[in-house]
Design a protein around this ligand. Sequence first.
Ligand SMILES: [Zn+2]
Length: 258
Amino acid sequence: MKLAHLNWRQAERVLADPSTTVVIPIGSTEQHGPVGPLGTDWMIPEWIAGEMEKRTNILVAPVIPFGVATHHTSFPGTIDMGLETLVAVMRGVFGSLAKHGARRFIVVNGHGGNDPAIEKAGLEISRSTGALVALLNWWSIAPQLNPAWTTGHGDAQEVSAMMHVHPELVDLSDCPKTEVHELSNDFAFTHLSSIRYKGAAVKLVRDLKLGLPQGGFGGIPSEKASAEWGRDMMEAVVEYFTAFAEDFGKLPLDRPSA
Ligand SMILES: [Zn+2]
């Protein structure tokens, strides 16, 4: 079921059922490297949730297309809600649905920058109502299903996913090479805002465009993406997420803690 397709009387019945699992797809509208569409992070979760809904009995909330993209705003088209706003949005979504009985939430997330806001609001609703809240980050689960599907923002992994979900939005024939401006030989970029110094990874907090003029840089350049990678990976992700939702729906509900 899609929440947006129900009327409020139908929603009343579904939300009051303690076995109902609400799936909330969320992402971001932000740069995704030289060829990744700006909507990559929300279109993939929206598609996953839609595929889950075809396979099992869940209630899918409308996708949240904006997130915390503060470090991407130098790239045109990026829309940043900021951390505080996203906490408020997640509070609003969890709280409004929990008010009418929802106690099982799965957040299907497409963007790592959203994690702190989802976790903060999720812990609050879990404490106040006893709700179970799971955060499923597809890009970090995929390489655990197959190490070849390795992770990275705006790189071959996400572009491959998009080539399966919305093939019409990716044109690999127009893919400039990923540029990385290293700070020095001792401070080599490894991933977005991470550098490696003497063998250990360290976070470097700054505007991403300074080091990555084309954006992206998850690790594997976008030009290595393929539709086959996307198909195999997304089929496995949907299978995993569907099984998770089915077993999550059977878990005993927590009681609110003091
Ligand atoms: Zn992304």
